[in-house]
Design a protein around this ligand. Structure first.
Ligand code: SF4
Length: 394
């Protein structure tokens, strides 16, 4: 297919596809799916070989958020029966992180619900980062605490944070439809603050919220412009008790096309398969490894993932390898550029809210013709790990 040949050439040269080309990837038919995966896989292997980076989520503070992000089980007014707790102590968080590292995770992602941290919260998280770094040599730490105020990114960087996550989630044009308590511009500004402080920016999207193909392309092009080092791609987990509970719009094939499009637009960036992979990709997860070079190990913030050992088995069975602590994730040209910027970022030639939060119900979703039925049987609220007395999944 001419389209795919063009996109592979561009991806190998880190050249930006046109919006029409990105839209055309999303419009390909199921008959062409393996060709699309193979093409984007060539670009993935050029920049990341067969390596898969493992990341481990620690939910420092769960639920009770004053913001109204409609996709989120921790939002204001959420009726989802998730775990709710306030800040984990540094030693509790460090213990949870250690389980992830022992399971093979190279990066620990410290996430807290809320609009953004107070200066006291930044103190707490700084102590937690120091405890984790002391007890887990070489581990990367990413903080995800919401909107940052002046100076907070610098303080997190000084405490040893390597990265900061704040997702754009969806296009600028539709942002107001999913959240009213903060703006798209607020999110962009926080990513830029993180970058200015020398933190590796992580910013991604959530697919499956009822957005159009054009919205998806818009947000991915905006991410490329923002130039984060890692782009998590979440697939909406439609939690019962949230406004988007009936949004079961995704098929495994659609998820793969979205991941391929993100890879073509952001060829040399850590593209991470994030929340919702088990629910929406299901038995097609191994194909996604040909497109992404990073996944979360184990559980998510408020929902359970498949067993950590199943993740490791899947990676090995699909012919990929877990990226070791001594390997630099990003290609050389990106790390050199970051070093230059530090002594004097992101997608291609040139970093949201929180990671996805993820209730079990027996009610079917709106299974209209051409859309999949709800798979609420696959959504399990997290009941183990951080904030509980049970061992974490790693
Ligand atoms: S995504 Fe973050 S800011 Fe938005 S409701 Fe959830 S926890 Fe709060």
């Amino acid at each position: 297919m001419d389209l795919l040949n063009t996109l592979v050439d561009k991806g190998l040269r880190r050249e930006l596809p046109t919006r029409e080309e990105a839209l055309a990837v999303l419009a390909t038919s199921d008959d062409d799916l393996l060709e699309v995966v193979a093409a984007a896989g060539k670009v993935r292997r050029q920049w990341f070989g067969r390596r898969v980076k493992l990341n481990y989520l620690v939910n420092l503070k769960s639920g009770l958020c004053p913001e109204d992000c409609s996709y989120c089980s921790q939002r204001l007014g959420s009726k989802a029966e998730i775990l709710k707790y306030t800040w984990l102590k540094p030693d509790e968080a460090s213990k949870a992180a250690a389980a992830g590292v022992a399971g093979g995770a190279k990066r620990v992602c410290l996430v807290a619900s809320g609009r953004g941290p107070t200066d006291r919260d930044v103190d707490r998280v700084s102590q937690t980062i120091e405890a984790i770094k002391e007890q887990n040599e070489g581990v990367e730490v990413c903080a995800c605490l919401g909107l940052l105020s002046a100076g907070q990114a610098d303080r997190l960087r000084s405490a040893g944070a390597d990265a900061y996550n704040h997702n754009l989630n969806t296009s600028e044009g539709t942002y107001g439809d999913i959240t009213t308590t903060h703006t798209y511009a607020d999110r962009v500004e926080t990513v830029q603050q993180a970058q200015a402080a020398g933190l590796s920016a992580c910013s991604g999207l959530i697919a499956g919220m009822g957005e159009s193909d054009a919205d998806l392309v818009d947000v991915v092009f905006s991410l490329r412009e923002l130039d984060p080092d890692s782009v998590p791609v979440n697939f909406l987990i439609p939690f019962e008790g949230t406004p988007l509970a009936k949004e079961w719009n995704l098929t495994p094939q659609r998820c793969l096309r979205i991941l391929a499009m993100v890879r073509f637009v952001c060829p040399d960036v850590e593209v991470r398969l994030a929340g919702g992979r088990e629910v929406h990709l299901r038995s097609m997860q191994p194909l996604a490894l040909h497109l992404v070079n990073s996944i979360f190990l184990g559980d998510y913030l408020t929902s359970e993932g498949q067993a950590g050992q199943a993740d490791l088995d899947m990676i090995a069975d699909a012919g990929f390898e877990v990226e070791g602590a001594g390997t630099t994730t990003l290609p050389r040209h990106r790390t050199d550029a970051a070093a230059e910027a530090e002594t004097g970022g992101g997608c291609g030639s040139h970093a949201g809210g929180c990671a996805p939060c993820g209730d079990v119900t027996d009610e079917p979703g709106d299974a209209e013709a051409g859309t999949p039925g709800a798979r609420t049987d696959l959504v399990a609220v997290r009941r183990r790990g951080a904030g509980t007395d049970l061992a974490p999944n790693a």
